[in-house]
Design a protein around this ligand. Structure first.
Ligand code: TEU
Length: 548
């Protein structure tokens, strides 16, 4: 069993990380060229989002050949060199397996369209009239979740884009095909796997309309999902590697089962409930100020729930689907650096394996686009039209996208202050925010007080103090929504982590005896004032104390 509790994973979106050949699109050679930077940061694994052959309708999450490297990202040899060179640095590669669906350009789907029953059974094709889909389910990218194929007189299911056809995991032939994909990449020295929306793979036996929602309640954490994961892990031997499942709209009970070692399913889970506290009425496309009380409550529930049942969380704020956390929960202006560091400490010192998304370690911000022509993401472009159809003005719709679009996390990595932030010598496939001259890796690597070096210290702390990876967690200041405070303890070692999530000075209700604790990390010089009422925290202040 791989040890992952004291490890840190760095997520790379290759398309936006580093371009090596001037075509404006990041590639594997570009990743290789930045391994020294990643080694300096101190991460243990690199999660690469899909680089397989794809029409790129969903930026690679529409896979046309699982055992390939799309030429736009380079060659299989480049991947092998990357695996070897990262391995030489003690860094393992984690690949992203999109097994819930394939691209409609995949050979399997092409043969299904040609009427081959064997391959139609790899997907969910259902007979039906052209004006009546099998169910009223909605795609997560907007519109219906079924597409009609006139020459077959059948519909096929796509929970995401119309070019992403859902695979039928109930079919053992599909499961065997996907196991072969895993074994192919294991052979190449891959040390981990992320499974895309893996809790959606088990569909219901009976297909029925959903008059209470968009259909997700019928397929989320479906009837055979645990059985399928046990089978996949057992038959491919990936229990020895680091595996993480992306769990869309999941439950704590299921994530305990997905990640408890006794279940032999996965190492850990991504859940997203903490990243929906600014969704008005649960709707991503309706803006609301973040509910900090709800945020704390969700993080506490999942931390304690997994702790008490031997589950394991991936802990994270950012990824390629999320806006930048410093723009979302921190501050882009006066306190950008302080808030970026505070958010880092708040998540990294929780119980779980931390994931750093490219640029998060610099405090990169949202894209700040002002025109729909700047956007690239299929989900964002679909919802822009939907918002207009729902009566929003262009300005209102663009405001929503500026806060919620996945493109906020997909702008080019900001390497330096030269044109296009040093990402490409060509025209980037997506635009850089103007602030790359002030926010970039080149400046921060040279600045000991930078966000970059703060992330390095957090990673080093995890390696130095076993209490971070293994310690129990308990939460404090439950009655103060703006203060996120917790204690970590293990065999006499104790850390106290206190975070002010606001731009105001607040007093955290923690009374600390003089001389009991020593400050070991923080984002302000000096120590916060301690008084009878508690500890006075400066705007976005984070402090990590160690008990003497
Ligand atoms: O994401 C699953 C998913 O639901 C995301 O689309 C995200 O939660 C949503 O956009 C929030 O509104 C995975 C991949 O991470 C994503 O990039 C893919 O587009 C999606 O699956 C389909 O493969």
């Amino acid at each position: 069993m791989a040890d992952f509790k004291d490890k840190v994973v760095y997520q790379i979106y290759p398309k936006s990380f580093q371009d090596s050949d001037g075509d404006g699109i990041g590639d594997l050679k570009g990743v290789i060229s930045r391994l020294d930077y990643l080694e300096k940061l101190g991460v243990d694994y690199l999660w690469l989002t899909p680089f397989f052959r794809s029409p790129q309708k969903d930026n690679g999450y529409d896979v046309a050949d699982y055992r390939s490297v799309d030429p736009v990202f380079g060659t299989m040899e480049d991947l092998e060199v990357l695996a070897e060179q990262s391995g030489n640095r003690g860094i393992g590669l984690m690949l992203d397996m999109v097994f819930n669906h394939t691209s409609t350009e995949h050979e399997w789907f092409r043969r299904a369209l040609a009427g081959e029953q064997k391959y139609m059974d790899y997907y969910f094709f259902r007979d039906g009239e052209a004006d009546r889909p099998p169910t009223n389910w909605e795609s997560k990218f907007g519109g219906p979740a079924w597409e009609y194929v006139p020459h077959l007189g059948k519909w096929y299911l796509h929970l995401f884009d119309v070019t992403q056809a859902d695979l039928n995991w109930e079919n053992p032939e599909v499961r065997e095909e996907l196991k072969k994909v895993i074994l192919f990449w294991k052979e190449k020295g891959i040390r981990g796997f992320r499974f895309d929306v893996v809790n959606l793979i088990s569909k219901p036996e009976v297909w029925e309309d959903d008059w209470e929602g968009d259909g997700r309640r019928f397929y989320t954490d479906g009837r055979h999902v645990h059985e399928f994961l046990k089978e996949l892990t057992a038959d491919t031997g990936i229990g020895d590697l680091v595996t993480v499942g992306e769990m869309s709209s999941t439950s704590l009970e299921n994530c305990i089962r997905y990640s408890n070692p006794e279940e032999k399913e996965l190492s850990m889970c991504f859940s997203f409930h903490h990243l929906k506290v600014d969704y008005k009425d649960g709707n991503k496309w309706e803006l609301m100020e973040p509910d900090l009380g709800e945020l704390k409550s969700i993080l506490k529930k999942w931390q304690l729930g997994m702790q008490e049942n031997d589950g394991w969380n991936a802990v994270f704020w950012c990824n390629h689907d999320q806006p930048r956390i410093v723009s979302r929960l921190g501050e882009e202006g006066k306190y950008r650096k302080e808030s970026a560091k505070m958010l880092a400490a708040a998540i990294h010192l929780l119980r779980g394996t931390p994931y750093i998304y490219q640029g998060e370690e610099l405090g990169m911000t949202n894209a700040d686009y002002t025109d729909i022509s700047q956007y690239r993401d299929v989900e964002s472009l679909n919802y822009y039209q939907i918002l207009l159809e729902r009566g929003k003005t262009k300005e209102e719709a663009l405001k929503v996208l500026s806060c919620r679009s996945r493109d906020n996390g997909r702008t080019p990595m900001q390497w330096d202050g030269t044109e296009n932030a040093g990402f490409t010598s060509g025209t980037p496939w997506i635009g850089c925010p103007d602030n790359y001259r002030e926010i970039n890796a080149s400046m921060q690597v040279e600045d000991e007080d930078s966000v970059f070096h703060f992330y390095r210290e957090l990673i080093a702390l995890r390696k130095r103090k076993k209490v971070v990876a293994e310690g129990r967690i308990e939460f404090l200041c439950d009655d103060q929504p703006e203060v996120f405070a917790y204690r970590r303890s293990l065999e006499g070692e104790e850390l106290l982590v206190v975070n002010n999530f606001t731009s105001r000075t607040v007093t955290a209700g923690i009374v600390m005896g003089k001389g009991d604790y020593v400050k070991i990390l923080g984002n302000y010089a000096g120590k916060p004032e301690k008084g009878a009422e508690g500890v006075r925290l400066r705007p976005f202040e984070t402090v990590v104390w160690e008990r003497k």
